[in-house]
Write a protein that binds this ligand. Structure first.
Ligand SMILES: *Cc1c(COP(=O)(O)O)cnc(C)c1O
Length: 235
């Protein structure tokens, strides 16, 4: 059994090597620790090992955890990476720092309207469905620019970029191909000029199994659960 601290060291080394191999600047890729299904103690262990950004999929589970970690709230950054139903937008707006999974204007409008005035704007990414699948979350690639333009104008949100969760692919080349689709879309939206209120600097892609491919494709934020916290019993 390795500890969370040891796992974090290994994951950081993987990110550093991939960043170096890809010829990218050191520190150009941030690590989001995906703590879903793990309790507050796991988050505290990661925090003690220097990790401050955490991702959660399930809103109620996240609220319980955020509540249990209130004493260290100012040291933590909470990222919502799971689907956001309309009846959950208020909780996301009130308790999270980031939301990666915005894929409809209505969701974004509610998040903006419900973001409390005393908090910084909610940092958001638009989730894009780069490999089809009508049942998958995420906006279709050809709709992403239009959605980005609208989201960028919402007063209590700060638009940061794109997020994708491509299907598992068998090898590095196939993984990188999928991530390159998100990267190309990211660049094309960047070139299309968003309102000045957007800070288009984040490409949220890559997980435990494909973070190297994602870094080679330009990811700036990898979301890693299993490789830090171990296998999930149910997810
Ligand atoms: C669970 C999850 C992750 C982390 O996946 P691992 O394979 O455990 O690293 C990343 N992103 C999203 C959206 C997830 O739901």
């Amino acid at each position: 059994m390795t500890t969370i601290a040891e796992n974090l060291t290994l994951v950081r080394a993987r990110i550093q090597k991939a960043t170096h191999d890809a010829g990218r600047a050191q520190d150009s890729v941030a690590l989001l620790a995906v703590s879903k299904t793990f309790g507050p103690d796991a988050v505290r262990a990661a925090l003690a090992a220097g990790q401050s950004a955490f991702g959660e999929n399930y809103i109620q589970e996240a609220l319980d955890k955020i509540g249990a970690l209130q004493d260290v709230r100012s040291q933590l950054q909470w990222h919502c990476i799971g689907p956001i139903q309309s009846n959950k937008t208020r909780q996301v707006a009130e308790h999270f720092d980031w939301a990666h999974s915005v894929d409809r204007l209505k969701t974004a409008q509610r998040l903006s309207a419900q973001r409390p005035a005393h908090l910084a704007p909610l940092q958001v990414c638009i989730q894009v469905n780069v490999d089809g699948g009508a049942t998958k979350s995420g906006v279709a690639p050809d709709q992403a620019l239009a959605l980005a333009r609208e989201v960028a104008q919402l007063p209590r949100l700060c638009l940061r970029g794109l997020m994708s969760i491509p299907d598992a692919a068998p090898d590095f080349v196939a993984q990188k191909d999928l991530h390159m689709r998100t990267q190309a879309l990211f660049d094309s939206i960047s070139a299309a000029k968003l309102p000045a209120t957007a800070r288009w600097d984040t490409l949220s892609m890559g997980m435990s199994a494909d973070l190297e491919a994602a870094v080679h494709a330009g990811s700036t934020l990898v979301r890693v659960g299993t490789a830090i916290f171990g296998g999930r019993v149910s997810a």
